[in-house]
Design a protein around this ligand. Structure first.
Ligand code: ADP
Ligand code: MG
Length: 600
C-alpha cells in the first residue's frame, strides 16, 4: 500500500486529543473542577446525571470570562494561563495546555454561560461536536456555568470501555474528594441525580477536611507533618502506624496544590514507616508539597496527573525526614488533637465529636458476666458451660483418661500462663504450649460460622447507638451491601450525611470498636461493587475473628480452662483460621533428649 501523508482536519485532531485528556466522565469533572479553581472560585457546585454520561453541570463563582474569551475558550490550544516558554516552566495554575474545553466540546453537547464582575449581563455559547450551534447574552451571576450533555455521543468506541455507572461514579467521587481535601476555603458540593453526595465546607484546617472526608475515627489516628528544607515545604497528615488500610486509595499527594501520583514521594513515605507496616497494609496520608515551580515539570502527561521532579533524590530525602520528624513528635499529638477537637465543636453542620468515643458500651452477655465473676482462688472443678463434664477439671495429681473428641488433643492439666500469651499445660504425652490468641480466634471463628449457618447470629444491642461517620465511598459501599453486612449481625440505619447509626453488633465481635465495622466496609470496597463471594465472606469473618481477640490478656485459671474446653469442642482445634498453629507439644521423649537424659 502506498503511503500518503495527510494533515488531519482539526475536528479529527481534537477527537484524538480528547482520547488522551478525556478517558471517562471523571476526567471531564477533573478538568472542569481545575478550571473553576484556576478561576479563583470559592464555591463550586457539581451536578451529575447518570454517572455523567447523560449530564454534567458545574457552576462556579470564579472570575468568569469576557465574551471574547468565551469564543476562544473552547478552541484547541487556547489558554489564558501561559504566554511563553518561560511560563511553561513556571506553572502555578492547574491548567495550561488549553485542551480540555476543546476536547470536551468535540465529543459532547457543551454549553458555557459566563459573566465577569465588570459586566452586567452574561454570555453563553453552545457547541455540539465542536461546532457552534447557538450563542447570545443571558442573565448570569459572576462566574461560569458549564453544562455537558451526551458525553461520548460521537465516540462510541470510548463508551464501550466505560465500566458500570457505579464504578464511573466512584471515579468522579474520587476526583472531587481529592480536591475537596486540599483546597482551603473552597466549598465543593457534589450532587448525583439531585441527591447531595458531598458538601465540603470552607475551612482552612486540613484536619477538618480530613474529618469531613474520612471521618473522625481516621482523623484521630493521624499525625501532623510540617517541615521545611530550603525551597521545599511539606505539610499534611499521615496515619500513625496503628491505622493502615488494605489499599492505597486513601493516599493523596499534592504538589503546588495539584493532585499528583508520584512514586518517588510515595516510596519515601513508605521508607519512613519501614518496619512499622505489616505486609500488604498501607498508610493513610494527605501530603502537600510546595516547591519552586522551576523544580518540577508538570507537562509530561496529558491529564497532568504525573509530574517530573528535577531532583528526585533531594525530594525523597526531604519527604523521608519530614515523616520521621512527624513520628518523633508524636508525643505532642494528644495535646494537638484536643485542640482540634475544640475547633470542631464550633462547626455546626458537621460536628464530629459524637464519634470520638471509641469503645462501644455493650450490655454484657451471659458469657461475659460469667467470666467476670471474680474467683477468689484457683478453685478447680467449675463447670464452664452447660452440664457437660469438663475434662480439664483435673486435680493436681491425676490426668483423666481422654474423653476428648480429637485424637492426640488433651486432656490438659493447666499449669499457668507465660507472657500473657501462652498457656502452659501438661498432657499424658508431655508438655504443651497453647497460643491463647490463636485458640480464641479458632473458637470464635467456628462459633460464628455455626451461628451464621444456622442463621442465628447472636447480636448485642448497644446501650447507646453509635453514630459512625463514613466517607462517601464507604457509605455507598455499605449501602450497596446492606443485606450482607446485616447478615453478619450488624444493625444500622442511614443517619444522613454519609453517616450511619449502629445499633447492634455481633456478640463475638462485641469487644470491638467501630474500626472493625469500617474494616469490613473497606474490604467490601476493594471488591469494587462486585458480588460478595464465599471467599470474601470467609476472609471478612476470619479477620473479624482475629481482630476480636484481645492481645495480652491475663487469664484466670477458670478462663484458661474455659478456653481449652471450647477449643476442644471445635472441629479443627489445631490451627487458627489463618493457619497458624494453636498448640505445640513437646513429647516427654523430646524433653529427655533436650536434657540429654536419653540412655540414662
Ligand atoms: P487550560 O485550563 O489548560 O487553560 P481549558 O481548555 O481547560 O485550558 O480552558 C481554556 C480557557 O478557558 C482557560 O485558560 C480559561 O481562560 C478559560 N476557562 C475555562 N473554564 C473557566 C472557568 N470555569 N472560569 C473562567 N475561565 C475559564
Ligand atoms: Mg483547564
Amino acid at each position: 500500500m502506498e503511503n500518503k501523508i495527510q494533515l488531519l482536519d482539526s475536528s479529527l485532531i481534537n477527537k484524538i486529543a480528547a482520547g488522551e485528556v478525556i478517558e471517562r466522565p471523571a476526567s471531564v469533572i477533573k478538568e472542569l473542577l481545575e478550571n473553576s479553581l484556576d478561576a479563583g472560585a470559592t464555591e463550586i457546585k457539581i451536578e451529575i446525571e447518570d454517572a455523567g454520561l447523560r449530564g454534567i453541570k458545574i457552576t462556579d463563582n470564579g472570575h468568569g470570562m469576557t465574551k471574547d474569551d468565551l469564543t476562544l475558550s473552547f478552541k484547541r490550544h487556547t489558554t489564558s494561563k501561559i504566554k511563553n516558554t518561560n511560563d511553561l516552566f513556571n506553572i502555578m495554575s492547574l491548567g495550561f495546555r488549553g485542551e480540555a474545553l476543546a476536547s470536551v466540546a468535540e465529543i459532547s453537547n457543551l454549553k458555557i454561560t459566563t459573566k465577569t464582575k465588570n459586566e452586567d449581563v452574561g454570555n453563553f455559547i453552545e457547541i455540539e461536536g465542536g461546532k457552534i450551534i447557538d450563542q447570545g447574552i443571558t442573565g448570569s451571576n459572576t462566574g461560569t456555568k458549564i453544562e455537558i450533555r451526551d458525553l461520548f455521543y460521537n465516540v462510541p468506541a470510548r463508551k464501550k470501555y466505560l465500566k458500570s455507572n457505579e464504578v464511573e461514579f466512584n471515579h468522579i467521587l474520587k476526583v472531587v474528594t481529592k480536591y475537596a481535601l486540599i483546597r482551603e476555603n473552597v466549598s465543593i458540593k457534589l450532587f448525583r441525580d439531585k441527591k447531595e453526595i458531598l458538601n465540603s465546607q470552607k475551612t482552612s484546617m486540613l484536619l477538618d477536611k480530613i474529618i469531613f472526608i474520612y471521618g473522625a475515627e481516621i482523623a484521630k489516628e493521624m499525625t501532623p507533618v510540617s517541615f521545611k528544607d530550603g525551597n521545599i515545604r511539606i505539610t499534611g497528615f499521615i496515619s500513625k502506624p496503628s491505622l493502615t488500610r488494605a489499599t492505597k486509595q486513601d493516599q493523596s499527594i499534592y504538589v503546588n496544590q495539584r493532585y499528583v501520583k508520584n512514586s518517588t514521594i510515595t516510596n519515601a513515605v513508605y521508607e519512613a514507616y519501614k518496619t512499622l507496616l505489616f505486609i500488604n497494609r498501607h498508610p493513610v496520608f494527605v501530603l502537600s508539597l510546595k516547591v519552586d515551580p522551576k523544580d518540577i515539570d508538570v507537562n509530561v502527561h496529558p491529564a497532568k496527573e504525573l509530574i517530573r521532579l528535577k531532583d528526585e533524590e533531594q525530594i525523597s530525602k526531604i519527604v523521608l525526614n519530614a515523616i520521621e520528624k512527624a513520628f518523633e513528635d508524636t508525643s505532642l499529638i494528644a495535646q494537638a488533637t484536643l485542640d482540634y477537637e475544640g475547633h470542631r465543636k464550633a462547626d455546626k453542620k458537621y460536628s464530629f465529636s459524637k464519634d470520638f468515643q471509641s469503645n462501644l458500651e455493650i450490655e454484657p452477655t451471659e458469657t461475659q458476666r460469667r467470666l467476670e465473676v471474680k474467683e477468689p482462688t484457683p478453685t478447680y472443678g467449675i463447670k464452664p458451660q452447660s452440664n457437660k463434664p469438663n475434662p480439664y477439671d483435673t486435680n493436681e495429681t491425676t490426668i483423666e483418661e481422654p474423653k476428648n473428641k480429637h485424637e492426640n488433643f488433651g486432656p490438659f492439666r493447666i499449669l499457668g500462663q507465660v507472657n500473657k500469651t501462652f498457656i502452659v499445660a501438661e498432657t499424658p504425652r508431655g508438655l504443651c504450649l497453647i497460643d491463647q490468641h490463636a485458640a480464641e480466634e479458632r473458637t470464635n471463628y467456628e462459633k460464628f460460622m455455626k451461628e451464621k449457618k444456622e442463621q442465628a447470629i447472636k447480636t448485642q444491642i448497644l446501650l447507646t447507638p453509635k453514630v459512625i461517620e463514613l466517607n462517601p465511598f464507604q457509605f455507598r459501599t455499605l449501602m450497596n451491601h446492606e443485606q450482607f453486612v446485616k447478615s453478619l449481625g450488624y444493625d444500622f440505619t442511614d443517619f444522613g450525611e454519609n453517616s450511619v447509626k449502629l445499633s447492634s453488633v455481633p456478640e463475638i465481635f462485641g469487644r470491638l470498636k467501630s474500626i472493625l465495622f469500617i474494616d469490613i466496609i473497606n474490604e467490601l470496597e476493594k471488591n469494587k461493587g462486585g458480588m460478595v463471594t464465599d471467599e470474601i465472606e470467609k476472609r471478612i469473618i476470619r479477620f473479624s475473628c482475629r481482630a476480636s481477640v484481645k492481645a495480652g490478656d491475663e487469664l484466670t485459671p477458670f478462663q484458661m480452662r474455659e478456653l481449652m474446653y471450647k477449643l476442644e469442642e471445635s472441629d479443627n482445634p489445631f490451627s487458627c483460621p489463618h493457619g497458624r498453629p494453636t498448640i505445640i507439644e513437646f513429647g516427654v521423649a523430646e524433653l529427655e533428649k533436650k536434657f540429654k537424659r536419653t540412655g540414662w
